[in-house]
Structure formats: structure tokens, C-alpha cells
Design a protein around this ligand. Sequence first.
Ligand code: HEM
Length: 480
Amino acid sequence: MGNTLDYIAKYDTVYGSACVGMFVIATVYYYVLRPRSTISSIVGPPLPSWIFGHMLQLMLPLQYGDHEFQWQKTYGPVYRIKGCFGQDRLMISDPVAIHYIFNTTTFDHTPILQHTIYLIEGEQSLNYVQGNTHKRLRAAMNAGFNATAVRKYQPVFENLACELYDSTITSSLSATHILADAIGASLPSWVLTAASYLPTSAFTVLRKTRFLSKQLGSRIIRDKMDAARKGLDVDNDIYGSLLIAGQLDARKSAMSGDEIAGQTALFLLAGHETATNAVSFALLELARNPAIQEQLRAEINETLGAVAYDNMPLLNAVIKETLRLYPALPTSERIALSDAVIPLNGPVTSSEGEQITAIPVRKGQLVTVATASYHRLASRWGNDSDEFRPSRWIDGTVRDGDIIGPYANLGVFSGGHRTCLGWRFSILEIQVLLCELIGKLSFTLPADSDNVVRAKCVGLLTPTLPSGEKGLMLRVNKIA
Ligand code: HEM
């Protein structure tokens, strides 16, 4: 017994000394040896928690932006927040800085974002591949998404996507996910890959989604090729357009059937859910603003069947205003692949009172492109930028500026080499759906205030009911 107690006492001493030693080494490393962050003089909100940093406030507020939009008003379009475990992150809504980050290859997806995309969409997804493979696939896929091609797509694809998506994915972002993100960022990629084979329900759902999507894509490609051999027309959806483009392209740069099939999860998840949410948010805002809904209905009726969607000013203003207030991805994570200097539209004041006109960052610096905040800059969209006011797009309030993305100077479709390939496709889809719905139905808010809808970030910005369920409660009446 005496020996055991001695042993425990000795063990405790050794263990205690080791802990103290490690603490001292960690402290010395943190304060002395660790390369000083180049962004430590950028001001930002006070730290609520060392473990979570500002991530809970950023990602899990009651309504998306509750804290973030206030931070922007207080600290301006560039400020510093903390990720989990004291990571420094730059929050950027300055248009010149965003333009630079999107358009230089110095910044790309963070490793954890890459891994998430891999888990959901698979290794052949255009959103996942990098470098020359990305360039080749993007050039090949462009044939299926250019202005001419987009007009041919049929609604069958969306119906199919709706069924598959709803039956496979039901997930929500929690504090655990945010923590896992930070832990994952510091692990070697093989650990992340190994983790995805763990039998937890989330990983099982993701693996199943990826597997089913690839199977579905392969079956579509097989059917298309059979049909083409029989001389039937196959150029009636994205797959057909990409296959035909591949056959016409004699160069080796074209996509293989297998690579086209490998885009299925991306088409289903990224393409379908984003557009569905955009239409839902538009209907919500039109229900909240009955006068605008009435004006839009009048514009739709005036076209009398001869619909030229791009020539309908209010319809397009409503769509731009919806995508401005509800960008599917309110933030985009990027990492500096080498040292860089981020230019700014206007100077920011450092904690020492110095005016900074460009921000030097080291390789590995995490940067959050704050798209939703950029979309609310008073300097760009007007002093009432928090309001839903489509007329700002018609009355000259919105001025041209640095081109951020492919559509209306908004960041909603990202920019540069990662610009959303399906943006024309989505705009057409939203135009068609809104014309059909608003032309034939009227939407009003339910009388009972228990059904207040909030925009929550559940991977994508999603309309959410107070119960936490994804959805929208509106009263719908047929137009007499
Ligand atoms: C309102 C609807 C949509 C929104 C807001 C949206 C938004 C985005 C964003 C922000 C990105 C960049 C993601 C990143 O940097 O990681 C992206 C990429 C992409 N989107 Fe969309 N998207 C929409 C609809 C679609 C549709 C309908 C399709 C195709 C059917 C599509 C296909 C793609 C593809 C292929 C990429 C990857 C581009 C690349 O990495 O080169 N998107 N989208």
C-alpha cells in the first residue's frame, strides 16, 4: 500500500511537472517564438470565449447577422475576429479587398472547406478540384452553362433534385460543428479522410449522398449514351449539353462521361437548394411588402404571355434585392497560399491610431469574405441598406463599382476562378418561378406571429421557423 501511494505521489509529481513544463513551453511559444500575426493591430469586437472565439456569434445567432452587421457598423469593412482557440481571422467586406481575394490565385478554399466539399460532393466535383484540373473541367462545363445553353434546360432536373435532396440531407450547424471545424483545420488531411470512414450518422449520410449521387449521374450518362446511339435528341438538360459539347470538342480537354457523372452531387446540392431558398426569401419579402407584390403582379400581367424576363425591371430588381439581403453563402472562407498584401478601398484605423491602406498577411492567414456584410455597406447600397427596397436598383441608388461577381456587383455567386458556374441557370429559374407564382397566386403573412421566419445559416442561409424547422409559413390565395 505504501509503495502504491509512493508510486502515485511520484507519478503525480512527474505528471504535474510535465504539465507545468508543457504549459511553460506553450506560453513561450505563444508569446515569443510564434511568428507575430501581421493583423494583430487590426481592431475588432471583444472576445466572448477563447474556445469558440467569435464563431458562435457569427454562425449561430437567432437571425443571421445579429452580431456581424453590428460589428461592421462599429469597426468598418475590415476588422479582426477570433476563430476557435485564439485563431486570428480577418473579416472583410471592403469591395476592393474582396475583388483582390477572389481574383488572385494566392487565396483559395481553406483545407477544412475543401474537405467538407469532398465529403459532400466527391473528388470529381468542380467545386473541389484545383489547379489545371479545375481549369480544364471549368472550361468544358462552361458549354453547358453559357447563355445559349441555359435557355434549353428543362424543369425535370429540378424535380429530381428536390426528391433526392430532401430524402438524404437533414443536418444543422451546431457548436460541435464549429469546434470540429477549428480542430479539423489543424489536423493532417489523412486524419480528416480517416474520420470520414467513422460510422457516425453524419458521415454515413454524407457518404450515402455522395454514393447515390454518383450512381444517379452514371445512370443518366448511360441512358443518354444509349439514346444518342439510337439517334434520339439528348441535348435537353445539363448532362446532355455537356456530353454533346464533349463529343464536338476533339481536344483532350473535354470532360469524360465519368467526370460529368461526378458533378451530380454538386448539381443537386449546391445548385438546387440555393435557388429554392432564394425563391422562398423572395416570396417572404413580397408577403411582407404587399404593395411591391402588387406592382410586380402588374408588371407580369403587362407582358401578356410575351415574357422577356430580362426586360422586366421590377422582377429583376426584386431578385437582386433578395440575393443582396439573403446570399446563400453569407461568408466564404479563404486561406492565403503565400504571403500577400490585401489592397483596400479606404483606410482602416489600427489599434495604435495608424491609418492602414493595405493589409500584409502571412501564408496561412485565414480570411473570411463577409459577403452578407458587403451586401449591406451603406456606401454602396444606400443608407437604408438593411431594408428590402427593390426600387434602389431602378432609381439610381445603386451605382456601378468594382466588379465583385458576375451578377449585379453582388458577391452572392462568388467571383474570380471560383465564380458560380450556374448563376445564369439560377437567375432564369428564379425569374420563371416568380413570374408563375406571383402572376397566379397572392402571398400574405399568417396572422399568428408564432410563425416568424428567420434567416439562419444551416450550411446555406435558409428560411427557418421558430421550431427550428427549415421552412416558410405563408397564406396563399388564388388570384381571382
Ligand atoms: C441562387 C443560386 C446559387 C447560388 C447563390 C450559388 C452560389 C455559389 C457560390 C457562392 C459558389 C462558390 C463556392 C465556393 O467558392 O466554394 C458557387 C459555385 C458553384 N456553383 Fe453555384 N450557386 C447557385 C446555383 C447554382 C446552380 C443552379 C448550379 C448548377 C446547376 C451551380 C453550380 C455551381 C458550380 C459548378 C460551382 C463551382 C464553381 C467552381 O468551383 O469553379 N450553382 N455557387
